[in-house]
Design a binder for this molecule. Sequence first.
Ligand SMILES: Cc1cc2nc3c(=O)[nH]c(=O)nc-3n(C[C@H](O)[C@H](O)[C@H](O)COP(=O)(O)O)c2cc1C
Length: 114
Amino acid sequence: MNIVVLSGSPRKGANTDTMVEAFAETAREDGNTVEVVRVASKKISGCLGCQYCFTHEGTCVQKDDMANVIESLKGADMVVFASPIYWFDITAQEKAAIDRLYAFGATGFPFTKT
Ligand SMILES: Cc1cc2nc3c(=O)[nH]c(=O)nc-3n(C[C@H](O)[C@H](O)[C@H](O)COP(=O)(O)O)c2cc1C
């Protein structure tokens, strides 16, 4: 299985990274391919909700780092969301990336497992 992890901690080498590395190591040992995408290190703006993507085959009107994340996810069977808790919720960086998955709304989500 091809697994993509969207990791939302801005702190490199901290607790979330440790958990992601442990997951990735075990998943690879089990024969899976794992790509870890540090969304908190990328420039990903919040979704505008404009639905441009609905009429442009899933392409977002905003030109930022999310385009590459979307390309990675197109080959994914499973996506894993990893985030610290910030004020009882996931980080703003992780939420921005999740909101931008709206671009798959018109074309369909490639992954079947979360
Ligand atoms: C802005 C901010 C808000 C936080 N809010 C919570 C919280 O609501 N509940 C909690 O248990 N920990 C909270 N924490 C602590 C982090 O979840 C914790 O330190 C976590 O291990 C950070 O992940 P990291 O090591 O990958 O950076 C908060 C930390 C920060 C910086």
